[in-house]
Design a protein around this ligand. Structure first.
Ligand SMILES: [Zn+2]
Length: 119
């Protein structure tokens, strides 16, 4: 079952050797923010594990958390700076549920990451 319908589409591409994991997200909205941040900065990224999660009530293993990978090593320092800045100012730990689909959204989101409804 795919619950993820936004532009952070699941990626089944093979990991390329030159790719580098830049970020492991705590949850999908977190991955979504980082991916948007990096893509807006012109950095090519892939996301893995967007559909993987532990059974309900079970903490997912780190290996099953959403991971953001850089396509190009050269973007690493820029990407890290953006992510550090995001983490410093992160409001992603504050979430509110969507009134339409019930998914939790970071408080900074104006529209639901899952269904697109204004929150
Ligand atoms: Zn929603």
């Amino acid at each position: 079952m795919t619950i993820f319908v936004c532009n952070l589409s699941p990626t089944y591409a093979k990991l390329n050797k030159s790719m580098k994991r830049i970020y492991t997200a705590l949850h999908l909205p977190d991955a979504h923010i980082v991916v948007n941040l990096l893509r807006h900065a012109g950095i090519a990224v892939q996301v893995f594990n967007v559909n993987a999660s532990g059974a309900f009530g079970e903490l997912p293993m780190e290996s099953s958390l959403p991971q953001v990978w850089l396509e190009e090593d050269k973007d690493e320092s820029k990407a890290r700076a953006l992510i550090e800045n995001y983490q410093r100012t992160a409001v992603s730990n504050i979430v509110r549920p969507c009134s339409q689909c019930g998914e939790e959204n970071p408080i900074a989101f104006e529209t639901c990451w899952s269904c697109g409804k204004a929150v």
